[in-house]
Structures are given as structure tokens and as C-alpha cells.
Design a binder for this molecule. Sequence first.
Ligand SMILES: [Zn+2]
Length: 561
Amino acid sequence: MGLPECDAAAYERFCHPNLPVCTEVGDHFCKPRAVRVAGFFDTVLVHTKGTFARKPFILAPWQRNEIVGPLFGNVRWSAEHNRFVRQYRMGWVELARKCGKSELLAGIALYLLAFDGEEGAEIYGAARDRDQARIIWDVASRMCQLSPKLNQREGLRVRRHEHRIVDERTGSYYTVLARDALGNLGLNPSATLFDEVIAQPDAQLWEAMRTAMGARVEPLMLAATTAGNDPNSFAAAEHAQCVKVAEEPEREPHRFVYIRNLPIDADVFDERNWSIPAPALGDFLSVQTLRDEAMEARNDPSKENSFRQFRCNQWVSQSTRWMAMHLYRECTGDIWPTADWGAKLLTGRQVWCGLDLSAKLDLTSLCAFTPPTSKEPGHALWWHWLPEEALPALDTATAHKARQWVKQGFLRLMPGSVIDYDELCRQIHEVLSPYKVREISYDKWSGEAVRQNLERRFGRRLPIIPNEPTYVGMTVPMRELMALTVNHSWCHHGNPVALYCFDSVEVRRAVDNPDLMKPVKPVRSPTGTRIDAVVTTALAVGGWAIRGQEPAQSRTAYGFS
Ligand SMILES: [Zn+2]
């Protein structure tokens, strides 16, 4: 038996009584539902401030089509509740300041309170403290006063002294909740609206509200915020997760993400860029205000930081996520299911290598890279080693993928708790013997002994190039690797260890020169995050890009100190 048709027609048609019946089946964007919520804004709500006060709250196209429409319109069939429910239970809206977040959230709160069909709805406006939580509540209560339709709505009352708006017809209310009042257990929220999540000192209130929503059919936890400046904060971690979900929605299909950050390498002083983080620019946000601030920011680094954060909606910490995983996936090529699969295919090829050694917990990584030609993209091969005693921790950190990698040959275990460098060098020589090795770039901090050991095995004619893991040493390799990725000029063939590293890596930019970068582990990373394969790939690609074009003559003339 197939799924039933969408029942949107059965809903109360408050704003658009003549909406067509929705006959869709299964997961879909339900236009009647989206139109109904947008119509609530247009025909019921009014603005509360400035020159727009008392005028109808006509949603801007970006608010309608990119936030309200998808958030309320996308539905899925719930077998549990035997009806269609909203796809999104969580939402994250990240915009520059003064783009109308408060008014939008206030309107959504009123919709959820009195027009969403939820009996006994409990809507909470959550924030750092009561004053902050009241900002949106105050807008909502003012809307109730100024909107003729809300004013006349039977049973809808504003109880100012309690900071409560109630709908007596359904026994529902909307009130404020501050983190400092946490401990009000026994809440049964149907919706929580978080204002300025960056002000939350930790995940406590967020988690308390998230876990309390379980009893509702269509719960919604919606956060609105501007970019923050603390990479260790709870909001930064949520932001990072949301960026991943925006790239690959299937990671968390129940999470709606709307993020408008000006890319970190864009010119923040070019006003053509300002509408990216601030879609309200020229509408209800004045261009002149931003021009004035930009002028001040040009001459004052601390103001520039604020301008970047609040107006350009940039996370101003030094380190940021590096690889957009949809780009990385576009460079997959055909999947090589085991480690020796690709190793055999590339036998006899010229390879440029990157090596990153570690003593204890980290992976030791070796990458061999065949450069792209006019006929085919480049290919990367990796070998990874780990001390046996470090496996349980990595296995936990990777949700038990690490043991699978060992079985497939992608990860080699070394006995004990440290890497035996002599045995490692023997294996490196062995795995690279089928190829014409052009050079090995290695992390200088790995030490002279390893270099000498490799030189002894490969012979003095092979350049073994030390690379400093600094901004100066890593910028060009990272840039070359990104350029290859953007141009689809290499394939990683789905190597799972490399995927894990590329998914985790961040880059830190030099404070005084954002053009300089180096790969780093995420500061807030769960223990076990690895980036070693990124380093070795960059070293291999960088070696080829920097030295690969030179005539053979000068290659052999390398004197390695
Ligand atoms: Zn529908």
C-alpha cells in the first residue's frame, strides 16, 4: 500500500481559504503550508518600529523563499503520528546584524503560538538572560497591540507583568526563558527560539531544551545569531556542524540551515559584497551606516574585527574549516576498495611523495601523488601507520571505522605504543618500490635520523626535502592542493582515512597576513581528530607544483643539507 496523499487541505485555512488541495505523496515541499505561513506574516502581522511601524509585515523575498517557506513547507510522512509533519525540527539562521532577525523570530513565535494548530503549545524565547530574551518577546507583544487582526483575535492576551502571551483557546503560551533561570524542569516545549546563540556560555540550556522537546509531534528549535569570535564556544561548534549540514543536508535532514557569511577571503571593504551577509541591505538596513563603519574599520584593526564579525558575519577566530566536502567528493574518481587496489594500478608511474611522522597518538602518513596530465587527473595513494596501542582510541573517535580500515589495509598497525622508525622506513621503501619516486617532502620536525634512514635505503640521488610546518612552509602546498581540488584535477578514490582527515582539517591564518595559512586540528575537536593525510597530500602536491616543472638538470643538482 502506498503512502497517503498530503493532508494540507484539511488544515485551517486562516490566511488563504482558497488554497488548492495538496495531493503530493511522501516527502515534499508543501506549497499550501508555506504559503499559509508566509500569508500569516503578510496579512496578520505588522511592523513595530520606525517608518514601517503598523504597516503589514510583507516578507522580503529572501525571508519568504529562503527561510519561512522551506522551514515550514518541507514535510515528511510520519508513520508514528500517522500524518505529515514538518521536516525540520531544528533551524539555524546566521546573518549579519540588523537584518530583521528579531522581527522574524517574533512573527514565527506568534504563528507557532496561535496558528500552528498545536494544543497546549509552549513557546520559549531563550537567551543568555531575561533582558536579552525579552527583546523578541517585546516585539511580539507590540505586534499583538498594533495588528488589528491579532488585537481582535479572541482569546489572545498579553500578560505583560508575567512576560507571557497566551492563547486561551488552545491553552498555549509564549514566554521568556533565561539561562540563569535554568532548572525549571518539567517544561514541555513545543518550540524554543534562541536569540543570539553566541552569547550562550555553554551547551547547557540548548541541550536542556532540545531534549525536552521529545513529546511533541512537530517541535521546532530555531536559533538566530550573528557570527561569533570564540572558536571554543558552544555556538562555534554548532556553527561548524551547521556548515557541514549545509554542504551535505543528508547528514542531518531534520536541521534547517540558513547561513550567510561573507567568505573570509572576500574584500570586506568592497560594498558590492555586503549584501551577501546582509540581505536586508538597502531594504531596512542603510548602506550609509555600513559605509561609515567601514571607513572607521579601515584604520583600526579592532574595529575591522567587529566589522567583519557583525556586518560581514564572519567568524573572526584565526582558524576556520578548510575543505568544502562537496568539492572533495567531486574529486573521488572511481572507488578503490582496498589499499593495494590503486597501488597496483599506478605501478611504474612517477610519484611525488609527502611524509608526516609521529611518535605516539597521531597517524604516520605517507602520500604518493601522480601529477595530472592533459589526459587524466592526478591520483593520490596513501599509506597510514598507527601504534597498535593507539587503535582503541582512534576506533572510538571514528565510530569504529578504524578497525575496518585495518582490515582493508588502509591502516597498518605497528606493535606497541610507539612507531619503530627503522621498521617504518623499511616499509616506506617497500611500498614505494613499484614507483619512480621523484622526491619525498617530509615534515622537518620528524627529525634528521629518519631522513638519513630513508636516504640510506633510497640512495642519495633521491631528493628528500625538509619542509617547515609553518605558515611559510605550508601556504603554497595548501593553495596548490585546493587549486587542484577546485579544478577537479586529482582523484582520491575514496580513501577512507584521507576522507576522515580532510573532513576534520581547519586552517589557521597568520594574524598579520591572512594570505598565509597552515593546516591545524580543530581547537574544539573531539580527541582523536586527525589531519595527517591532508599534510602529506599538500606536501606531495606542493613538491610537484614547486619543483616539478624544473628541468631534469637542476633536479639532480639538489644538495640536501
Ligand atoms: Zn503537501
